[in-house]
Write a protein that binds this ligand. Structure first.
Ligand code: RTP
Ligand code: MG
Length: 132
C-alpha cells in the first residue's frame, strides 16, 4: 500500500470543486487517511516547491498558493502516487486529458486545481511540511 499527498489549491475551493475532486480519488479506490484545511505560509511553500525555486513561475506560484486556504489530503492505495497524478492530469491544462481533473476543469497553468506528490521520497518530505 502506498501513500500520496494531495493539495486542493485555492481555485479548487473558490470554485466549489472540493467534493467533485475528492470523489474522483475515492471512486478509483483511494482511501482518505488524513485531511485538513490550511492557509500556507510562504516558508512552507518555499519548502514544498524547492525543486522549482529557480523557475520563472516560482514567485507567481508561491503568491497564488499563499493567497488563501488549501485542502491537504493523505490518500492511500495501490500505486497511489501514480494513480493520483493520472487522475489529476497533465500540468498544462491544454494538454490535460479529458476525464482528468485538470482536463475537465482547469483553465490556467498556475491555477490548475490540484497538486500530487511525485515519488515516495517527495511524499515523506511533503507530509512533514503539511502534517508534521
Ligand atoms: P504538481 O506538482 O502541482 O502536482 O504538478 P506537476 O508535478 O505536474 O507540476 P510541476 O512541474 O511540479 O509544477 C508545480 C506547479 O507549478 C505551476 N507551474 N506553473 N507557469 C508555468 O509554466 C508553470 N509550470 C508549472 C503549476 O501550478 C504546477 O502544478
Ligand atoms: Mg510536481
Amino acid at each position: 500500500m502506498e501513500k500520496s499527498l494531495v493539495l486542493i489549491k485555492p481555485d479548487g475551493i473558490k470554485r466549489k470543486l472540493v467534493g467533485e475532486i475528492i470523489k474522483r480519488y475515492e471512486y478509483r479506490g483511494l482511501m482518505i487517511e488524513n485531511i485538513k484545511m490550511i492557509k500556507p505560509t510562504t516558508n512552507m511553500l518555499k519548502q514544498h516547491y524547492i525543486e522549482h525555486i529557480d523557475k520563472p513561475f516560482f514567485a507567481e506560484l508561491v503568491d497564488y498558493m499563499s493567497s488563501d486556504f488549501v485542502v491537504a489530503i493523505v490518500l492511500s492505495g495501490e500505486h497511489a502516487i501514480e494513480l493520483v497524478r493520472k487522475i489529476n492530469g497533465s500540468t498544462n491544462y491544454m494538454q490535460a486529458e479529458l476525464g482528468s481533473i485538470r482536463g475537465d476543469f482547469a483553465n490556467s497553468i498556475t491555477r490548475n486545481l490540484v497538486h500530487g506528490c511525485d515519488s515516495p521520497e517527495s511524499f515523506k518530505r511533503e507530509y512533514d511540511i503539511w502534517f508534521g
